[in-house]
Design a protein around this ligand. Structure first.
Ligand code: ACO
Length: 463
């Protein structure tokens, strides 16, 4: 039987389809296939099932056609009802609610509830939720000892990542991820304890004593208390800073299938406990192209040093020889990042209080020049959320390497909602992509080494 005949046989059983479909013709074999467009999101996203392409083969014993999509540029790995982004229109919504409205009026814990449960909490639900999170903020004393093992100059993201992974060993029952009660307590514990650990990381690096949680304070103010409190009997946060951090936490709470969330989902799909899965998310967020970007923005501004150096810096970016313009560009947003708009307004409020500084002037000028430059316009490179967050964090006296930790505290809410959605989705299995193998075909083993019991070929050369 010729190749073509065998494929005609394959093609005689097209996938039954009543709705819209792709008609695909394989030019290698001349065979036609009908691939249904089965998947449709509420906002118009459409997709075919990648596994439907497996019927497309040149020979019957082949694996079948795959899609090749490095960096998942055009692959939906899940269905999700949590966050919607329209990158072209600059839209971000959590569970349908526009980010602008949530940032304006909601609290971070209300948003965390919303992300997980899909609806806004009733007053009684919210009170109970706040109570639970507040009363799980303490960590085992051994966590303190664990953190004290780090060097004085350890990066707080390394510390946070390790300490959150270590929490898994304190709560062995958390591995019972199919038990809703275990999931509930793990989610509460993570939301409650990540800020405590984050603050302890800060205090360790500063050589300051750890400050225990204050259950009388709200989520954000308590976090600031654990970070900043010194000898005063009761911490009282600057209301402008408390409000700014609450808004920044809301803006960073979720962002659909970004690098760290995909890491949480992929690692969680192995059915490991949530502490380990969230630690994977923290590791991914640490990278300079992801959560580490706000830190990089500040380094970049320091490096520029003065407004007069901006044109030369921009030329370096455009030539590809210098660094990228950190805080600009986004995989999804190809118009203004809606979070950046809110953050810029927030920066105005914060700087109105504490005064404008040289670095903010550089940032504003960088933004102005980049937004009017053909290089950035043609590539649809706009400021992302990280462009101004670093400046706000610094004005609140957070050290640069702590910025990504602040991001991680907020994103824990989204990671947990996405993790649970993945676990309860009957279509999800352990994440296991395919590859296109490009290495050697089979070859025989012929060692080039001398193990003592056999002598390598004298004239051995690398094959
Ligand atoms: N500065 C200069 N040029 C850029 C930038 C930038 N910040 N971002 C993208 N480009 C250029 C690329 O060099 C490329 O140019 P080319 O077509 O001439 O080769 C073009 O724009 C397209 O860029 P890609 O790299 O294909 O875009 P991608 O979607 O892969 O990258 C990313 C997105 C990683 C965010 C990128 O824009 C970047 O590195 N930005 C700086 C880092 C940053 O701010 N990250 C934070 C992201 S938001 C977050 O994680 C919360």
């Amino acid at each position: 039987m010729s190749k073509t005949e065998s494929n005609v046989a394959t093609a005689t059983a097209p996938a039954p389809t009543a709705g819209p479909a792709l008609e695909i013709k394989d030019s290698r074999t001349g065979t036609g296939y009908t691939v249904p467009i089965l998947e449709k999101g509420t906002e118009g996203d459409t997709a075919i099932r990648a596994s439907d392409l497996r019927r497309i083969k040149e020979r019957p014993d082949e694996f079948g056609l795959m899609t090749y999509d490095p960096a998942f540029m055009n692959t939906a790995s899940c269905k999700s009802a949590i966050t919607f982004i329209d990158g072209d229109k600059g839209i971000l919504r959590y569970r349908g609610y526009p980010i602008e409205q949530l940032a304006e009026s909601a609290s971070f814990l209300e948003v965390a509830w919303l992300l997980r449960n899909g609806e806004l909490p009733l007053q009684s639900e919210y009170d109970d939720w706040v109570h639970q999170v507040t009363y799980h903020t303490y960590v085992h004393e051994n966590i303190k000892t664990f953190l004290q093992g780090f060097r004085y100059d350890a990066h707080p993201m390394s510390m946070l990542c390790s300490a959150v992974a270590a929490l898994s060993s304190f709560y062995p029952a958390a591995k019972n991820i199919q038990d809703p009660a275990e999931r509930q307590i793990s989610i509460v514990r993570l939301l409650a304890k990540v800020p405590t650990i984050a603050a302890f990381c800060f205090r360790h690096v500063k050589g300051l004593p750890f400050i225990y949680p204050d259950n009388e304070l709200g989520y954000v103010e308590n976090f600031l208390s654990m970070v900043a409190r010194m000898s005063e009997p009761k911490y009282e946060g600057n209301p402008v800073f408390v409000k700014a951090l609450e808004v920044l936490f809301i803006l960073h709470a979720d962002h659909e299938q970004n690098c760290s969330t995909s890491a949480v989902r992929a690692v969680g799909s192995s059915q490991v406990d949530p502490f380990s899965a969230i630690a994977a998310g923290i590791a991914a967020l640490y990278g300079p192209l992801h959560g580490g970007a706000n830190e990089q923005v500040l380094h970049m501004i320091t490096q520029i040093g003065h407004k007069k150096n901006i044109p030369a810096f921009i030329e370096g970016v455009k030539s590809g020889k210098g660094q990228k313009l950190m805080g600009f560009g986004h995989r999804v947003y190809k118009s203004y990042d809606p979070r950046a708009r809110i953050v810029k307004k927030l920066a105005d409020d914060v700087f109105a209080q504490i005064g404008m500084d040289k670095d903010l002037e550089i940032a504003l000028e960088l933004e102005r020049i980049a937004l009017s430059d053909e290089y950035f316009i043609s590539r649809k490179l706009y400021p992302n959320v990280d462009f101004y967050t670093g400046l706000i964090y610094r004005s609140m006296a957070f050290p640069t390497d702590f910025f990504t930790v602040l991001f991680a505290v907020a994103r824990t809410a989204g990671w947990l909602a996405q993790w649970e959605e993945m676990l309860t989705d009957p279509e999800q299995k352990i994440a296991r992509p395919r590859q296109i193998y490009t290495g050697y075909g089979e070859r025989s083993y012929e060692s080039q080494l001398d193990y003592g019991y056999k002598v390598a070929k004298k004239d051995a050369v690398r094959r």
